[in-house]
Design a protein around this ligand. Sequence first.
Ligand SMILES: NC(=O)c1ccc[n+]([C@@H]2O[C@H](COP(=O)([O-])OP(=O)(O)OC[C@H]3O[C@@H](n4cnc5c(N)ncnc54)[C@H](OP(=O)(O)O)[C@@H]3O)[C@@H](O)[C@H]2O)c1
Length: 333
Amino acid sequence: MTNIPETQKVILYHEQGDLDNLKYVENYEVPEIIEDNDVLIANKYAGVGFVDSLIRGSEGFPPWYPKKFPIIPGLEASGIVVKVGKGVKNVKPGDKVVYTGFYTFAQFTKTPASIVFKLPDDTSDEKLIIYTSLIVNGITVLGLINESYNVQKGDYVLLYAAGGGCGLIFSKLLSQRGAHVIAVASTDEKLASAKENGAEFLINHKKEDVLKRVLEITDNKGVQVVYDSIGKANVDISFGSLAKNGSWIIFGFASGVPEFNLRALVPKNAKIVGASMFNFDYQRHGSQLQDLVENQGFKIPYEIFPLQDYKKAAAKMESREVVGKLILKIPPS
Ligand SMILES: NC(=O)c1ccc[n+]([C@@H]2O[C@H](COP(=O)([O-])OP(=O)(O)OC[C@H]3O[C@@H](n4cnc5c(N)ncnc54)[C@H](OP(=O)(O)O)[C@@H]3O)[C@@H](O)[C@H]2O)c1
């Protein structure tokens, strides 16, 4: 059984801004369980998302994010339950788990039991890493392709950031479904990985005119759906690529919030749909993800950094070099 110390190693920042605001701290207090439905988890691995950098680097916080400094970043992790509140039924101390939740770049995280998935007792460390690399983006992508727009066999789908954590999962799941995936990314290495994961058409946006290529590929008809995590910089491509009755699904703002004249929607019968993981069917997509990992050997490439090197991992993420996912290995207490 893991001993719960009074202090722990964490990544912290006291104000939003650039990478220099990140600190590695060795004596931060371990949270207490106060609510009956909370659990305390000794983390083994945490997933690094692009959104961690967006939140730290922007002014103000997204509406769904806790606003009290200092902030421990991180939104997903896996590890072992070490303590549970009186009302917790789904997990017990000693269970291996993967979860989404705040403050995961730490040895210990307190989180509501309702967002924790129990894993089999014999889950290997490699499987824990795979689950950590897929939990936020996997649930997000499953929600986006089933709930935001239900992708059909034969649909043309436009994806940006196709070599990233979400992008590779999209390519795998959409190609399995028989959709034509048009993958856009900034390097040929990212596009090669998208292709390995099932993307059919590859566009390097540094070298090619994305809208022109999309219209060529679709015989000027356009795509049934655009999955847009870029926002502002790609408005003309996203809307210009849409077929009649097409859906423009906005789930991220890597380049800022788009400005758009809604009048343009009318002649195309187009839809704009916002999407947040928090509104998707978490249990259903989590179970589906577990099935994909356990029964289909589903995984994406990842690279591991020690917790104390999060600043290096974040720098790599922000320089747009990452293919797949970055994982932090959390030191045991
Ligand atoms: N709504 C939700 O619930 C939800 C949940 C999870 C993730 N997300 C969003 O999904 C997106 C992908 O997340 P991820 O962690 O998997 O990241 P990622 O795709 O691994 O990395 C982000 C990629 O976005 C592109 N990018 C970054 N800055 C950009 C800019 N200023 N202009 C244009 N493109 C830019 C880069 O791809 P290229 O270099 O190839 O262009 C970069 O590699 C993020 O925007 C994240 O916020 C949303």
